[in-house]
Design a binder for this molecule. Structure first.
Ligand code: DOR
Ligand code: ZN
Length: 346
């Protein structure tokens, strides 16, 4: 029986680190096990210019524990006013690794996102020219579209037309949650990648809604039916280089989660690697965990895989905190509802 597992150090291709006291509390949680992460730009106000990204990167570096080797990979928040030349300079200098597209109103702090996709055509064309990836929050926001259909409708009405109109544009479908997302990504060729979160491999919509509402399982895109969760599990464990880890670990204080109109987001930075090892073992795919967490993402982004490694050991159920303390209040750590037996060795 396998009881130790050594992997190239993983990267997180979709992470929310926030700012201020929250940043200082959550950055060490990711930096403990991950070498790099794509940092989401949905701050208030958002990270829209190269200067914003440089200043945010400095604040992240200052929040890391002494001696940390963690590298934040910065993104710009695409708005209808984004300047293609500012973006191109930021990409050429290595300051940013990708650009994030939020449809206006789709999720937390997305009010500055894109409402009219024609307005961002010149930016998308510039990105295709220079090879800068576009990370996409793939949900339509039309009030007549059922929330559980928002991803599938986005693929058909927005994503596919954008990709057809912009040959060469490299796109990451972020946090896919449906079998339609899996199928579209798998057929998209080398210019299309897709991230899958830790929590969407574990929960379906029943976990949020059956037997009492569970705000800590509410995130966007919202978890779907069980058949979709199983499609995500197969995709993650397939070894297909299209699919890689983007935890979308999205901390909100408990006070902000437990409201009549609570915030969307699951905080998984603390126990992600233990959860993923458990999930991949359940699926008989421990030998493909490294592809998902450490190899496929760098390959898509044209970066080398990490040279360093981490080792997980299997044993008695792992103890991890049920919440972390931040200067802004407590943040609940995602509860996978199962004992976790794999621990990252120090
Ligand atoms: O659940 C989510 N939380 N989904 C997102 O798209 C945004 C994120 C956040 O920033 O809280
Ligand atoms: Zn996110």
């Amino acid at each position: 029986m396998t009881d130790t597992l050594t992997l190239r150090t993983p990267d997180d291709w979709h992470l929310h680190l926030r700012d201020g006291a929250m940043l200082r509390a959550v950055a060490p949680e990711t930096a403990r096990h991950f070498a790099r992460a794509i940092i989401m730009p949905n701050l208030v106000p958002p990270v829209v210019t190269a200067a914003d990204a440089a200043a945010y990167r400095d604040r992240i570096m200052a929040a890391l524990p002494e001696g940390s080797q963690f590298t934040p990979l910065m993104t710009l928040y695409l708005t209808e006013e984004t300047d293609p030349e500012d973006l191109a300079r930021a990409y050429a200098s290595g300051l940013i690794t990708a650009v994030k597209l939020y449809p206006a109103g789709a999720t937390t702090n997305s009010a500055s996102g894109v409402a009219n996709f024609d307005k961002v055509r010149p930016v998308l064309e510039k990105m295709a020219e220079i090879g800068c990836p576009l990370c996409v929050h793939g949900e339509v926001v039309d009030s007549d579209i059922d929330i559980f259909d928002r991803e599938a409708v986005f693929i058909e009405r927005v994503l596919d037309p954008i990709r057809r109109a912009t040959p060469g544009l490299r796109v990451v479908m972020e946090h896919i949650t449906t079998m339609q997302g899996v199928e579209y990504a798998a057929e998209g060729g080398p210019e299309l990648g897709a991230t899958i979160t830790t929590h969407h491999l574990v929960i379906n919509r029943n976990h949020i809604l059956a037997g009492g509402i569970k705000p800590h399982y509410y995130c966007l895109p919202v978890a779907k039916r069980e058949e979709h969760r199983l499609a995500l599990r197969r995709a993650a464990a397939s070894g297909d280089p299209t699919f890689f880890l983007g935890t979308d670990s999205a901390p909100h204080t408990d006070a902000n989660k437990l409201l009549p109109c609570g915030c969307a987001g699951c905080f998984t930075a603390t126990n992600t690697m233990s959860i993923l090892a458990e999930v991949f073992e359940q699926d008989g795919a421990l030998d493909r965990l490294e592809s998902f967490t450490s190899l496929n993402g760098p390959k898509f982004y044209g970066l080398p895989a990490n040279e360093s490694t981490i080792t997980l050991t299997k044993g008695d159920p792992v103890a991890y905190p049920d919440h972390i303390d931040t200067g802004d209040g407590t943040v609940t750590v995602f509860d996978p509802m199962m004992p976790l037996h794999w621990q990252v060795a120090d």
